[in-house]
Design a protein around this ligand. Sequence first.
Ligand code: COA
Length: 395
Amino acid sequence: MAVAIPRRFISLPDLAEARGVAPAKYTQGLGAIEMAVADPSEDTVSLAAEAGRRALAAAQLDPDQLGLLVVGTETGVDHSKPVASFVHGLLELPRAMRVYDTQHACYGGTAGLAAAVEWIASGAAAGRSALVICSDIARYGLGTAGEPTQGAGAVAMVVTADPAMLAIDVGISGASSTHVHDFWRPLGHRVAEVDGHYSVQCYLDALAGAYRGWKDRAGVTSEQLARICYHVPFCKMAKKAHAQVWRCDLDDRQHGDPLATWDAAAEELAAARAFDTQVAPSLLACSRVGNIYTGSLYLALASLLDHDRTLAGQRIGLFSYGSGCTSEFFSGVVGRRVQDRIEALDLGGVLAAREQITIAEYEQIMAEVSPQPDSARPGFAFTGVRDHRRQYARS
Ligand code: COA
């Protein structure tokens, strides 16, 4: 895995002050401390290319070994040409491979990962590997309820038959989908439309269905998972999610034994304790970056593996949600070589390399639509459009 995030961020208490909101609403109510701010040169393509470059370097993979490149995104840069196609060119990857994007709101990256895993498991890969990248810019607009839940970033994953970090349990997953308007972005709109509170409910309803589907296949419950990573539109959502999983287990137990009685207060306390152990470590990076849509679940996974170095050989659960909606609960076993890869990922270094900006600077960046020339900027950058063709540079 590798992570690429914008070079600038704001503090959420600063944003709260500027909006006349109690800082605790953002820091405790939503669980957000900092938020990544992407300028126009840091678009979905440049972040994806940088994450992809870092992932291939970390895995020491010869690009000729790749047979598939998938980018999961809901903030593409063209109606026809996929982000993956730009990344394929920028990384100078081989011609003999499949290259495409997958889209379903924040679930798009998981769709790409599932395609890659099943391509390898089916034998069709014939020994080749896949590069899956989740890349997005989450934007709701200044002064909106969604503003403190914005963010931007990309997570890239090299998928092989011999995984170093996580061996996914192929075929053991549960899915849940419904046609709802909880979050969407009409063609041509720069910011998303969202029915915020309804989207939280849609997420929880989908989670109940997907979790029960996984549980039926796996034959175990959430308590037998060492850790669980959830899709993290904002950190408090993961807390609500874990309480929902706990409620599902409780309801299912009650269903199996209708005469049994339960101490609701004790169950609530147990759920809170379980959250601290099973989920909280996965939220450290998300609380400092914000929502990165397709990559949020995988940023949570990176954060978990970075924070907790004792998980090798243990099974963890993952829940992916895409508004609209579709969702999937799946699981995997942490690999024995996770330590090396997490050191190469250097999440702490990636976060520390950023620069904090003021709310006035953030508002100015949000109003910009064209990239400003900046030769000091490391990595890939969008430099403008020439003859209807997007241009990129690497410095
Ligand atoms: N101190 C501590 N907590 C506070 C607080 C304070 N002063 N003021 C409010 N809060 C808490 C609220 O109790 C609430 O917590 P709860 O959900 O556990 O009850 C939380 O802060 C958020 O407050 P709320 O009034 O619900 O916020 P909001 O209406 O401004 O918007 C979202 C919250 C998430 C709906 C909004 O940010 C949004 O639309 N985000 C984008 C959509 C999204 O991320 N959806 C997720 C599913 S995909």
